[in-house]
Design a protein around this ligand. Structure first.
Ligand SMILES: NC(=O)c1ccc[n+]([C@@H]2O[C@H](COP(=O)([O-])OP(=O)(O)OC[C@H]3O[C@@H](n4cnc5c(N)ncnc54)[C@H](OP(=O)(O)O)[C@@H]3O)[C@@H](O)[C@H]2O)c1
Length: 303
């Protein structure tokens, strides 16, 4: 009943640690700093602080674990970090450390859209290439990899909902283009339950790759409307107007340092219009996924 989570202080990592600890797992969270270690402790896990995340130290940290949930990844190259170093090379060290420690199963979070690399322009960038390369490392290894490819994960602590709520309270939300591009948000509570289901399912089970999507595809424009309604039901000021910004202008600002905090690859993730079948997740979980409004309401309450 021992589980190790990398990236354990991140948004998903915190929820995985808390859910696993609450379900009786002995959870260790591998992090890089003392501040991150405190977050892991606050979530009910045992922090393991490894500033350099080098292979031998990872291997020692993984010993005796049923599985490693590998979440330490970046969604954009900021502050001198590179996709190659974090998303690819670190994943390679995690795979090798699992092999040395005798950990058979690795649960990995990739990105929805990886399957359309080279087919869709917005899924053909450095971020998706690094996720594809990391998936390939798992596929080529002798470990049991389970890959989740998330759409937007929504819930307490996510970055998107508080930002949009703040703009709604100010009276204006900016939207790139007409907002017709779709996404399929999944509740973080479902994502964490699915991680534990992936950890405990029998060896050899199929599929090994899941699109991590919620039960309902929505356009971004519709998502903003739904979030506003849920926010008003929670008693929040969300009577705003939407100001449309041309997509080319949003892209220019993303290239020039950030559009609403998003670098170009992150803007691609918003605009990429990726949706998928959620039924394999319900089969893995053995229940229905959380409805979108319920997932949004949990995020709004916590914001
Ligand atoms: N949240 C979503 O909607 C979403 C959507 C698609 C895919 N995903 C994928 O799901 C996974 C978890 O996402 P998340 O939202 O929890 O991400 P997050 O909140 O950004 O957390 C990222 C984690 O990675 C660690 N990290 C960052 N740079 C690192 C480096 N150079 N070396 C080692 N660790 C590093 C961070 O630790 P520090 O605090 O030390 O930096 C943090 O623990 C990621 O693989 C992400 O790509 C998430």
């Amino acid at each position: 009943m021992r589980l190790v989570v990398t990236g354990a202080n991140g948004f998903v990592g915190r929820h995985v640690v808390a859910h696993a600890a609450g379900s009786g797992w002995d959870v260790s969270g591998v992090v890089r700093s003392n501040g991150a270690a405190r977050v892991v402790g606050g979530s009910g896990g045992h922090p393991v602080t490894l500033p350099d995340l080098e292979r031998d130290a990872l291997s020692r940290a993984f010993e005796g674990s049923r599985a490693v949930v590998h979440l330490a990844q970046i969604g954009a190259e900021r502050g001198g970090q590179s996709y190659e170093a974090v998303n690819v090379d670190l994943t390679g060290r995690v795979v090798e450390a699992c092999r040395r420690a005798g950990v058979r199963r690795i649960v990995y979070f990739s990105g929805l859209g990886v399957a359309r690399y080279g087919m869709s322009r917005r899924c053909t960038n450095g971020y998706f290439r690094s996720k594809l390369a990391a998936e390939a490392l798992l596929v080529r290894s002798d470990r049991e990899g389970v890959v989740f490819r998330p759409s937007y994960i929504v819930g307490p602590g996510d970055a998107f909902v508080p930002t949009v709520l703040a703009a709604m309270a100010e009276g204006e939300v900016e939207r790139p283009g007409d907002g017709s591009y779709r996404m399929q948000p999944i509740a973080v509570a479902d994502a964490t339950a699915l991680v534990l289901a992936a950890v405990t399912r029998p060896s050899g089970a199929f599929p090994t790759v899941f699109d991590l999507v919620g039960p309902e595809p929505v356009s971004f424009a519709h998502l903003l409307d739904r979030l506003a309604r849920v926010a008003r039901e929670d008693g929040r000021p969300a009577r705003h107007r939407v100001r449309e910004v041309a997509i080319a202008e949003a892209e220019r600002r993303a290239r020039d340092g950030g559009y609403q905090g998003m670098l170009p690859d992150e803007l691609d993730c918003l605009l990429c219009d990726e949706i998928a079948d959620h039924h394999p997740l319900e089969a893995l979980l053995g229940r229905r996924l959380t409805p979108l409004d319920t997932a949004l309401a949990a995020a709004v309450r916590a914001a």
